[in-house]
Ligand binder design. Structure first.
Ligand code: FAD
Length: 421
């Protein structure tokens, strides 16, 4: 058992690195980052396309370049790293159990823990597509790792199911590597990815995006030989007679991301049924005191810049907690998402303890044009911001001012909703 770390961070991706740097800069002297991979940087290491860091650095960096800037800052001193080490348990009293080939099993106690484990892709098993289990079906992220890190081409004639950002990025990547991408099929009537990725990864390469379509059958016994794609109705049910066969040797799945939540569950942390990450308060503390969360383990982000911002806040708050100077909560006001808004992070706010300005992040449940994002305090409209377009693939944010909350005595509920502009 190792005692003696003020803060233990699980995951050395962009969230873990930003949290560690911010905690150190806030005066915390003993920080350990535990990372299961053999290098820091998380998913960014396989994202060799550009488009990272526009907000943070006002530059278009590749994923590895963005990660390298944070790694350099983190390695500048004051932070310990344990690589090739996987955390397998967090106990209720904040003892972390981890395993590695070199150290075997280690148990580490820390005053505060930051969850920064990222997310994982939904697999084929969750889709119920009939057919055998032939070779040639990959999650888009696995294919990305094979192409960009391992140097293998998963296939030559490709169909992609799901238009989340990883699917869109891989449509372009496979094309650039010499494969032919027949189409990207998307169950919903809108794409789950960023608009810029639809333009830069599909439109620029003439790859069709089939909205309201899905794969209804996979053909081939040893290797994928074709997929059958059908149009779906308003309830997502395939419409008989609309089936088209797409001969192919590879099917890439980009059908959603889920926060890595096993460790959160083992620690007894309450999860949101919508984000599937922990429920957190204004200091990004979970339902277990002293355990904080940030990045994709908390809710799936579109841009890494927001991951870094959120994680830095978690790092500062965890540092204050570890030093014993984080004020106790005097009461939590719940945030409710309604009428087109799926969720908010955080889910509760203590007006006394919140910073002068607090960013609340959320996603909408459909594509909306000319709407307003409204914020109500106990039925009184406090904000009404017009937006020309809102889409589920793009994370939104609203700033709440401490002064406004404190000036609303006995505040019971804050409601976020979409309204006519
Ligand atoms: C294909 C793709 C394209 C993207 N494109 C863009 C883009 O163009 N621009 C942009 O801004 N953003 C983009 N993003 C988003 C951005 O990369 C992510 O939002 C960001 O990487 C999330 O950071 P994270 O630290 O939360 O998670 P991750 O990067 O996933 O890091 C989590 C880390 O935790 C480690 N870990 C997990 N479990 C354990 C455990 N039990 N023990 C120890 N370590 C553990 C993992 O190994 C990993 O290193 C893209 C993402 C993907 C997947």
């Amino acid at each position: 058992m190792t005692n003696g770390y003020d803060i233990l961070i699980i995951g050395g991706g962009p969230a873990g690195l930003a949290a560690a740097i911010a905690a150190r800069d806030a005066g915390c002297a003993s920080i350990l980052v535990v990372e299961r991979d053999c290098e820091l940087g998380g998913i960014l290491n396989q994202c060799i396309h550009n488009g990272f860091g526009l907000i943070t650095f006002d530059e278009e960096l590749t994923g590895p370049e963005y990660a390298a800037r944070f790694e350099e800052l983190a390695r500048a001193g004051g932070i310990d790293f344990m690589l090739d080490t996987m955390v397998i348990d967090i106990s209720a009293d904040k003892v972390v159990t981890a395993v590695s080939r070199t150290s075997g099993m280690v148990r580490i106690r820390a005053k505060a823990i930051i969850l920064a484990m990222g997310c994982r892709e939904r697999p084929r098993g969750s889709l119920n597509i009939p057919g055998y289990r032939p070779a040639g079906i990959y999650s888009a992220g696995t294919a990305q790792r094979l192409v960009n890190i391992e140097g293998f081409m998963p296939g030559r004639e490709v169909v992609i199911l799901g238009s989340g950002d990883i699917g869109l990025i891989m449509a372009r990547r496979m094309t650039l590597e010499g494969a032919h991408v027949a189409c990207v099929a998307e169950l919903m009537p809108y794409s789950g990815g960023l608009k810029r990725n639809i333009v830069q990864c599909l439109d620029d390469f003439g790859i069709p995006l089939l909205l309201s379509h899905t794969v209804v059958r996979i053909e081939g016994k040893k290797r994928v030989e074709a997929v059958i794609i059908a149009e779906v109705d308003g309830r997502g049910k395939p419409i008989p007679g609309t089936e088209t066969a797409y001969p192919c040797d590879t099917l890439l799945l980009s059908v959603g991301l889920i926060p890595e939540n096993e460790l959160s569950l083992s620690a007894g942390i309450g999860l949101s049924p919508v984000t599937r990450g922990p429920v957190v308060n204004e200091v990004l503390e979970t339902s277990v005191e002293g355990i904080f969360a940030a990045g994709n383990v908390l809710h799936v982000h579109d841009l890494v810049d927001y991951v870094s911002q959120e994680a830095a806040a978690a790092g500062r708050n965890a540092a204050a907690y570890a030093r014993g100077v984080l004020a106790g909560s005097a009461g939590a006001v719940p945030l409710t998402a309604e009428d087109g808004i799926r969720y908010t992070v955080p889910q509760t706010i203590d007006p006394v303890r919140m910073p002068e300005e607090l960013i609340v992040r959320f996603r909408v449940d459909n594509v909306y044009e000319d709407r307003s994002v409204s914020v109500y305090f106990d039925g009184k409209r406090m904000q009404h911001r017009k937006r020309s377009i809102l889409a589920p693939g793009e994370m939104e944010q609203v700033k709440l001012k401490k002064g406004d909350l404190v000036a609303s005595p006995d505040l019971k509920e804050i409601v976020f909703k979409l309204e006519e502009a």
